[in-house]
Design a protein around this ligand. Structure first.
Ligand code: SF4
Length: 938
């Protein structure tokens, strides 16, 4: 292997690289022709020449950098490794990043667009051309648009993989059709943050923290796993203490200084008890609170007869939270009061270097889970650690979403299938309720796109999704845009193969640390062919088979919906460089890189590259902090230009221009503040009060549906945690990654030894887990890594297929029989576990794992939180030894009962139909795709 001295290796920007930077990565000036010895030829020294092209991992949301090694002899991707020039991941990946190579080479992957030839779900398919697909969907969409049925087109996304692209497409079409997976994921955590600060995700600066509190095993096992885990370890190595609140001994909890195995649903009580200690012991940041909390609004609304002073506010606060004593929290959670006090003091002493995070976990499990993120943010507010070095920023301060050219005006349409009147505050679309809404006749869909989304398997009550997807009156035309077979794609009309990480364009930015960056996902074989002088018109010409990418698909589809431009759609898909001609995907990104990314053109020019060439070469760019600061952005002073034509509301200091709040006066100066109605941090939420929830106007505790008082252990009842991830699996997309399934191929039920004795089971025994609507049968794993009284089962496994071949990959799926009986009861039984099979990949004959896990989500009804709209995942279950007739993998579910449970939870909502302002939803609250303000009016 040839090598060059380190001093000759220069990083972007001209800085010499250090040994650490380059410990395992070739220098970029040699990426066009990198030489390695062929490991398989050893001991002979056979040189292989590669071109190295960067891209972005597509296997979780963290968007780590990858380098694709393209073998110049075969023209194929040989392997993928970490990209050290990516500011978030810094050259490191988890197991899922390099496993992209499995996904590319999977012998079972879908290589061509398919159309069903039998009934939906019969599994009969024929290959079609992309032209046929585009013409079919363009005609159907055009008809709906022309006939004014703008709420009948729906795009339903699982893993987006890009920022802003689809919102632009849907805006151009003039539809309110963006649906997401978020209310099975994070809408509750988001709501708790959003109600405080108008932004809905946290971004902790772990590397500089003194104390870190995590309420999530999820974070470090799946969500921002690698980039944030790196920084947590950095913080720990610099002396930070780490506490993890999780009833299960997760990988993260096992690395913590404090494992806090709280009873699920008690987390908000523990956090508020910590708040109580911090307040009572005077450990809070008085000046930050005085300046940035909306205490004046609170006192005026709730204590009008009291002195309207900050000192009085602190006294009221102390009185308000005196009920949350450490003893009370200890009783609720099972932690000791001493530990709660100890951690509260450490948080108080960490001050502005207190970093905290919650995602899924408690927020996703419990009725009122959003109170957990709200209470956690309260601790950040008390310590003044919002947007500080070592603190926690709102995600928008550490994420960069560039603006594309020619943004469409927002649509005038409001789609009640997405935001129905019962859930005016739902943080994201009421996605999980779609089957019930269609069943109730609230609407129908002319065209339904599922995009990297598998609701039959991922969502609760998947059989209700099957009933909806097979009903051609409810859904007239369904395309599954997917890189892999899924249980949902099986019921589609068209299955449209989309690319993996190295086969598509996307622009990504995530809040991985205190900084801002963008990453460029690109189809590496297309770039490679272009470097070889072979122009590529469409990405599917360079990818395996005819695997395409969504970005180009939407351009082509939009063009065909409006070929002559009469609908006003086409102009958004015309080139900004060649007026009137169709936009190419390179031009779309070229324009963004040239015009919307501060600092990129200058840095690229230093290397004699265009901004697009720079991004193609390095795959990522960190926005210089002088161009885009990341700390304390609420304290940014408004400029004279900002203030021109603005008025200050003398009552509360809010600065408005054209009736929109743009800032706030604090101590006589004009600042940007936060994007809330008060422009401050809203300890007091007039929104919650005005929209039907006055008891939640300040942070508090909502009693969970799985509170201990609802669980009768004497009757064999337990609390089931079904939400935890395995660090090695992605949801649907790991189904075609053989290395990942070799590592993780079972999801047994975690049971504490005391409970196992009560049940009379040992590790490996079959147990029946009975829910409100059915049951499933799985193996027990007896472990002290779970609290007594609680059982847990990862949602990652239990993939299934209905035919011997076709459908979800055989690396991951068991062959099942699934039938619906007359009485609405569905029964699934495994016919055969995972077995070796013959294919072009010899590894398929070497499969040694057999069972493949159990699909538990099928047996869960929906539990939509009446405020946030989040599905509350935790279940009250009965766990017992399996019955004689039970088999591993059995699932039985009653969809009639599932519908009843949906109605029970719906009855908990508080619709606000008669509001004087006529709004469907507060104007200030965010929506993933936001229609025009006029659409918010009924
Ligand atoms: S953490 Fe996520 S983005 Fe990073 S390598 Fe792993 S799966 Fe890919």
């Amino acid at each position: 292997m040839t090598d060059i001295p380190l001093k000759e290796q220069i990083a972007p920007g001209g800085e010499p690289m250090t040994v650490r930077d380059l410990a395992s990565c070739p220098p970029p000036q040699r990426w066009r022709d990198w030489v390695e010895y062929d490991a398989k030829a050893w001991p002979r020294k056979v040189e292989r020449h590669y071109e190295i092209i960067p891209t972005i991992c597509f296997n979780c949301e963290a968007a780590c950098g990858l380098l694709a090694y393209i073998d110049k002899e075969s023209g194929r991707v040989k392997k993928l490794e970490g990209n050290p020039y990516h500011p978030g991941s810094r050259g490191r990946n988890c197991a899922k990043g390099p496993a992209t190579i499995n996904q590319i080479n999977d012998p079972e992957r879908i290589l061509y667009p398919l159309r069903r030839t039998g009934k939906r779900g019969e599994g009969r398919w024929e290959r079609v051309t992309w032209d046929e697909v585009l013409d079919t969907f363009a005609a159907k969409i055009r008809q709906a648009l022309v006939e004014g049925r703008r709420d009948e087109i729906m795009y339903h996304v699982g893993r987006p993989g890009h920022d802003g692209y689809m919102e632009r497409v849907l805006g151009a079409w003039g539809v309110d059709g963006h649906n997401s997976h978020t209310n099975v994921c994070s809408s509750s955590a988001r709501f708790g943050y959003h109600i405080w600060c108008g932004m809905d995700r946290p971004s902790p600066d772990y590397a500089n923290a003194r104390f870190i509190l995590l309420i999530s095993s999820h974070l470090e096992t799946g969500h921002y796993f690698n980039p944030q885990a790196q920084r947590i370890m950095e913080g720990k190595m610099k002396g930070a203490k780490l506490a993890v609140m999780d009833p299960r001994l997760s990988n993260t909890a096992s690395m913590a200084d404090y494992w806090l195995p709280t009873w699920p649903g008690s987390e908000a009580a523990v956090l508020l008890a910590m708040a109580h200690v911090i307040l009572a012991e005077g450990l809070f940041d008085r000046e930050f609170m005085r300046r940035w909390v909306n205490w004046q609004e609170f006192l005026a609304a709730e204590h009008p007869d009291e002195p309207q002073t900050f000192d009085r506010f602190v006294e009221v606060l102390l009185a308000l939270y005196s009920q949350y004593t450490p003893a009370f929290a200890a009783q609720e959670s099972g932690l000791s009061a001493e530990v709660i006090v100890d951690i509260a003091r450490q948080i108080g002493h960490a001050g502005s270097a207190f970093a905290a995070h919650t995602w899924r976990a408690a927020t996703a499990g419990n009725l009122g889970g959003w109170q957990v993120s709200r209470a956690l943010w309260f601790l950040s507010v008390l310590t003044g650690s919002i947007g500080t070095p070592g603190g926690t920023a709102p995600n928008a301060w550490n994420k960069f979403v560039p603006t594309p050219f020619l943004k469409p005006s927002p649509s005038e349409v409001w789609n009640e299938l997405l935001f129905p009147p019962e859930y005016p505050l739902a943080n994201y679309e009421m996605s999980i309720l779609l089957p019930y809404f269609l069943r109730e006749g609230r609407g129908k869909l002319a065209v339904y796109f599922t995009r990297v989304y598998n609701p039959v398997w991922t969502n609760p009550d998947g059989t209700s999704w099957i009933e909806m997807l097979t009903n051609e009156q409810q859904i007239e035309l369904h395309a599954a845009l997917t890189p892999v077979w899924s249980e949902t794609a099986w019921y589609a009309d068209y299955v449209l193969p989309m690319g993996h990480a190295s086969e598509r364009h996307d622009l990504m930015s995530q809040e991985t640390h205190a900084g801002r960056w963008i990453g460029f996902r690109q189809p590496v074989l297309r770039v490679y062919q272009q470097h070889q002088g072979k122009p590529v018109r469409y990405t599917y010409e360079a990818n395996p088979g005819e695997v395409w990418e969504e970005d180009e698909f939407w351009i082509e589809l939009s063009w065909r919906i409006d070929p002559d431009g009469n609908l006003g759609i086409r102009r958004y898909f015309e080139s900004p460089y060649r007026p009137g001609e169709k936009l190419t995907i390179e031009e779309y990104y070229r324009w963004i890189f040239e015009n919307s990314v501060p600092g990129l053109p200058e840095v690229a020019a230093k290397e004699q590259l265009t901004p697009l060439e720079y991004m193609q070469k390095y795959g990522a760019f960190e926005i210089p902090q002088e161009k885009s600061p990341v700390f304390r952005l609420h304290e940014q002073a408004l400029s004279p230009a900002d203030l021109e034509g603005a008025q200050v509301d003398e009552r509360n200091g809010i600065i408005r221009r054209n009736s929109a709040a743009i800032g706030v006066m604090v101590d006589g100066k004009a600042y940007a503040g936060f994007p809330t109605p008060s422009r401050k941090l809203e300890f007091y939420s007039a929104t919650l009060k005005d929209w039907g929830w006055p008891q939640y106007s300040v942070p508090g505790v909502t009693r969970s549906h799985v509170h201990p008082s609802n669980i009768d252990h004497a009757r064999g009842e337990y609390l089931l945690i079904p939400t935890f991830r395995l660090p090695t699996l992605i949801h649907t997309r790991s189904g075609n990654a053989k290395w990942l399934y070799e590592i993780s191929n079972a999801n047994p039920v975690w049971i504490h030894p005391h409970d196992a004795v009560r049940m009379g089971v040992q590790t490996g025994d079959l147990v029946r887990v009975t829910t409100e609507i059915g049951y499933y049968v799985n193996r027990a794993w007896v472990t002290e890594g779970i609290r007594p009284g609680i059982v847990a089962c990862s949602h990652h496994l239990g993939r299934w297929r209905l035919e011997t071949s076709g459908g979800p990959d055989r690396w991951a799926s068991t062959l099942v029989e699934l039938r619906r009986e007359e009485n609405g009861i569905w029964r699934m039984r495994q016919r055969e576990g995972i077995r070796p099979f013959e294919s072009d990949d010899p590894d398929s004959a070497r499969i040694f794992w057999r069972e493949g896990g159990v699909h538990q989500n099928l047996a869960f009804p929906v539990h939509p939180d009446p405020v946030s709209g989040m599905h509350c995942w935790h279940q009250k279950v009965r766990v017992e030894r399996a019955h004689e007739e039970d088999r591993y993998g059995d699932v039985v579910v009653d969809t009639h009962k599932a519908y009843e449970v949906y109605r029970q939870w719906l009855a908990m909502t508080r619709p606000q139909p008669e509001r004087a302002d006529g709004l469907r939803r507060p104007l200030w609250m965010i929506r993933p795709y936001r229609p025009a303000n006029s659409a918010f009016k009924r």
